[in-house]
Design a protein around this ligand. Structure first.
Ligand code: DAH
Length: 347
C-alpha cells in the first residue's frame, strides 16, 4: 500500500505538470481526488490494515492528498496567468503604428476645365459673376428680344414654376447679360458660368441640366473682330495652338449679326466616321458646336439703358460640358454626370 501511494503521488505530480488548460486540470482533480478517484480507492482499503499500520498509512495518505492539492492550486494559478498573458498579447493596441492615411479626392474633371477657362478669362480682364438659376421670363426671354411664341419659350422645352409662364429654370446663362448691364456702367467685361435647364432627353451630347459660360463685353468701338479675336485666343489656350475651329453664320434674337463656333471633333478628327461607322461623338458632322455668339443687338442694349449709338458689344454662350469633352477627350457626355469613380479617377 505504501508503494501504491507513492506511485499515485508520482504519477499525479507528473500529470499535473503536463496539464496545460483549466479543463485538463479539472479532469485530473476528479480523477485523483474525487469520490471515485484513485486516492479514495486506496483509502477504502485501510480497513484491511493492522491497527499499528493504520495511523501510519493514514498520515501518509493525507500527506499525498495535501501535496496533490497544493500542486493543483499552483498549476491552476500558472495556467490562468498564461491564459491572461495570451489574451492581453492578442488584444494589445500598438499605439506606435502610423494611422491610416485619408485619401484626398480631387475636383470633378468638368470643374477642372471650368477653373482653367475662368483663369484664362480673368487674365484677359473679365469679371466672374454668379446669378439665379430660378429666373424670370422677362430676363430669360423678353429683354433678350425673344418674343412671345418663340419655340424656346414652349412648355415642352422649358421648366416653368407657374401657370403664367413667368418664373422658370433658366434655359441659358444669357439673362446674366441683362442682370449685369442693369447694374454696371460701360465698359463691361463679364463672365457668368452656371447651370441651365431644358427638357432634353439624355444622350451622348444632351442632358436636361448642363452648364454654360456666358461672356459679355460692352464698350465704345467694339467690333466682330474683337469677338473673333477673343474666342480664337481662348480656344488656342485651351485646346492648343493648332486646334481647328470654324465660325458659321447663325441667328440669335439677342445678337446681330450672330454666329456659332465649332471645333473639329477630337474623336474622328473631322472625318465624321470611325472604322466605316458614323462617329458617335459628332454624329458624323466632323465638328462639335461649342458656342453661340454675336454682336449684342442694339435693342438689348437699349433694354438695359445703354445707348446703342455710343456703345456696342459682343456676347457669347459656350457649353461647358462640350468644352470639357474636347479638352479631356471624353466621348460621351453622360460620363460627366454619372460620377463613376473609374471614370473620375482618370483625371
Ligand atoms: N444662349 C444661347 C443658347 O443657349 C447661346 C448664345 C448665343 C449666347 C449667342 C450668347 C450669344 O451670348 O451671343 O443657345
Amino acid at each position: 500500500m505504501k508503494e501504491q501511494l507513492e506511485l499515485i503521488r508520482q504519477n499525479a505530480l507528473a500529470a499535473l505538470d503536463a496539464a496545460g488548460t483549466p479543463a485538463a486540470l479539472e479532469e485530473l482533480r476528479v480523477k485523483l481526488l474525487g469520490k471515485k478517484g484513485e486516492l479514495t480507492a486506496v483509502l477504502k482499503m485501510m480497513g484491511k490494515l493492522s491497527p499499528e499500520e493504520r495511523p501510519v498509512m493514514g498520515q501518509m495518505a493525507n500527506a499525498v492528498r495535501a501535496e496533490i492539492e497544493a500542486k493543483l492550486e499552483e498549476r491552476k494559478a500558472a495556467i490562468n496567468a498564461a491564459v491572461l498573458e495570451a489574451k492581453l498579447a492578442e488584444e494589445a493596441i500598438d499605439v506606435t503604428i502610423p494611422g491610416q492615411t485619408v485619401e484626398l479626392g480631387h475636383q470633378h474633371p468638368m470643374n477642372m476645365v471650368l477653373q482653367e477657362i475662368k483663369e484664362i478669362f480673368v487674365g484677359l480682364g473679365y469679371q466672374v459673376v454668379d446669378g439665379p438659376e430660378v429666373e424670370l421670363a422677362s430676363y430669360n426671354f423678353t429683354r433678350l428680344n425673344i418674343e412671345e411664341g418663340h419655340p424656346s419659350r414652349d412648355r415642352s422645352d422649358t421648366f416653368y414654376f407657374d401657370d403664367n409662364d413667368e418664373v422658370l429654370l433658366r434655359t441659358q446663362t444669357s439673362p446674366m447679360q441683362i442682370r449685369f448691364m442693369e447694374n454696371h456702367k460701360s465698359p463691361l467685361c463679364m463672365l457668368a458660368p452656371g447651370r441651365v435647364f431644358r427638357k432634353d432627353e439624355a444622350d451622348a451630347t444632351h442632358s436636361p441640366m448642363f452648364h454654360q459660360i456666358e461672356g459679355l463685353v460692352v464698350d465704345e468701338h467694339i467690333t466682330m473682330g474683337n469677338l473673333k479675336d477673343a474666342l480664337i485666343t481662348i480656344m488656342r489656350k485651351i485646346y492648343g495652338a493648332d486646334a481647328q475651329m470654324r465660325f458659321r453664320p447663325h441667328h440669335f434674337p439677342f445678337t446681330e449679326p450672330s454666329c456659332e463656333m465649332d471645333m473639329q471633333c477630337h474623336k474622328c478628327h473631322g472625318t465624321g466616321e470611325i472604322d466605316g461607322q458614323v462617329c458617335s461623338t459628332c454624329h458624323g458632322e466632323g465638328w462639335i458646336e461649342l458656342l453661340g455668339a454675336g454682336m449684342v443687338h442694339p435693342d438689348v442694349l437699349a433694354n438695359c439703358g445703354i445707348d446703342p449709338e455710343k456703345y456696342s458689344g459682343f456676347a457669347f454662350g459656350m457649353g461647358l460640358e462640350r468644352m470639357a469633352m474636347g479638352r479631356l477627350r471624353i466621348t460621351d457626355l453622360r460620363l460627366i454626370f454619372d460620377n463613376d469613380v473609374r471614370f473620375l479617377n482618370q483625371f
